[in-house]
Design a protein around this ligand. Structure first.
Ligand code: DP6
Length: 418
């Protein structure tokens, strides 16, 4: 096995947004949740992690680079994922390169890992979900592990809970499971991304100066102090999960939207019920909720659902393209870009929604009329600069291998970042 060969695999994995939230663990080390959760996978074209994993007899330790910067792999979560996946490694034979790795050799071989997010990490969008899912998926391919996606999801779960839901595209359920060892706490796909392809997703990345409480410590404090969480996990979520599965199956947008908004609001209520209370949403988040609620009410049937994770960013799911373009007009009316921000960097992702909304240039934003449901006696305030930018996207596919060698993040000769 001596020699200077390097074997590499590159994968791309999406991020996901929960519509029924995971909040609270019953086991901190294994990352076992107190309730089931359901998510929508986001299109990797706009939000994803790309990871290259490499193995070589010339590597003398496990190393990892995130967005070009070397980071430590010493943390328990990385170590759990690496240990779990190594224990499932199988024989690998690459005839083309003349490489043969026997199952038992994997425990002595070191890995290099390079990971890159196609969205700003500072934006507070779930980067750990896509990151751990991609790490586990890529390593499983490198090591020829025979596990299926659900079994891999149970490994990714040990990196970050929400990561287990990024092993599938479309609509995904994380089943909390009962076993103490966590083997039945895994993700399953409810429907793929084509099942409900009318949906359009608009994310408002909200400007924030506040340092947020991490999900991990926030949920620990909630478990320790909130009675509302106990009620939520025991009485509310089990029923909501059934209703949400039904809404997704029937593409029933009215129920889907009602359940999504209510569950997001209950998650934030549970944060407020924590001692000391945790605030993730800010004034801008609340204003966005008002805009959507008012519009939904004036239309009589819901046009848009909103949901917020552990931060102020709003994820809005519109029933179709028409609703999405009307939503974008409303959002741009209330939250126009700063003078020094151009439209092209203010709306990113699938820009065709902007065309549908009839907005080609920044002047078109200033010319937008006040949304029609605003009565004359209510001032239609503008909050310029309170949103950093918007991302237009849609439900997307699960992890894929990238066979194009030019997309690898590590040099095929040295195994070091390119
Ligand atoms: C609010 O998965 O980030 O996004 O398991 O401690 O890594 P750890 O937490 P994490 O929590 C995500 C919480 C959430 C809701 C959700 O994604 O379901």
């Amino acid at each position: 096995m001596a020699g200077k060969w390097v074997r590499m695999v590159t994968a791309q994995t999406p991020t996901n947004i929960a519509v029924i939230k995971y909040w609270g663990k019953r086991d901190e080390a294994l990352i076992l949740p107190v309730n089931d959760s359901i998510s929508v996978t986001l299109d990797p074209a706009h939000l994803c992690t790309t990871t290259t994993v490499a193995v070589s007899p010339s590597f003398d330790q496990d190393r990892m680079w995130l967005n070009g910067k070397e980071i430590s792999l010493a943390g328990g979560r990385f170590q759990s994922c690496l240990r779990e996946i190594r224990s499932r490694a199988c024989d690998v034979e690459d005839e083309e390169k003349g490489i043969k790795i026997a199952k038992k050799e994997w425990e002595n071989l070191h890995l290099h890992i390079a990971s890159y997010n196609n969205f700003p990490t500072a934006a507070g969008l779930a980067s750990s979900a896509a990151g751990f899912a991609c790490l586990v998926f890529a390593l499983a391919k490198l090591m020829n592990a025979k596990e299926d996606q659900s079994q891999l999801s149970a490994i990714a779960r040990q990196g970050s809970g929400s990561a287990c839901r990024s092993l599938y595209g479309g609509f995904v359920k994380w089943i909390m499971g009962n076993d103490e060892d966590g083997r039945d706490s895994l993700a399953v796909q409810l429907a793929d991304e084509k099942h409900w392809d009318d949906l359009v997703i608009i994310i408002a990345v909200v400007s924030s100066r506040q340092k947020e409480t991490s999900s991990t410590s926030g949920m620990r404090e909630t478990v320790e102090t909130s009675l509302l969480l106990k009620h939520r996990a025991k009485e509310i979520v089990p029923k909501r999960i059934v209703q949400m599965e039904e809404a997704i199956k029937n593409r029933d947008f009215a129920s889907f939207a009602q359940l999504t908004c209510t569950d997001s609001n209950q998650f934030h209520a549970v944060c407020l019920d924590t001692s000391p209370p945790i605030f993730y949403m800010n004034d801008t988040s609340h204003r966005i909720i008002s805009v959507v609620e008012k519009w939904n009410r004036s239309e009589g049937v819901p046009q848009v659902a909103y949901t917020f994770d552990a931060g102020p960013n709003a994820v809005m799911i519109a029933r179709d393209r028409k609703a999405a373009s009307l939503l974008l007009q409303r959002l741009l009316f209330h939250f126009p870009p700063n003078a020094d921000t151009d439209l092209n960097s203010y709306i990113i992702g699938d820009k065709s929604i902007l065309q549908d909304a009839g907005i080609q240039k920044k002047e078109d934003v200033d010319a937008l009329p006040p949304p029609s449901n605003i009565k004359d006696d209510i001032p239609s305030h503008k909050f310029r600069g309170d949103v950093s930018y918007f991302i237009c996207t849609r439900p997307g596919r699960g992890p894929v291998l990238l066979s194009d060698k030019s997309q690898a993040l590590l040099n095929p000769e040295t195994g070091l970042p390119k």
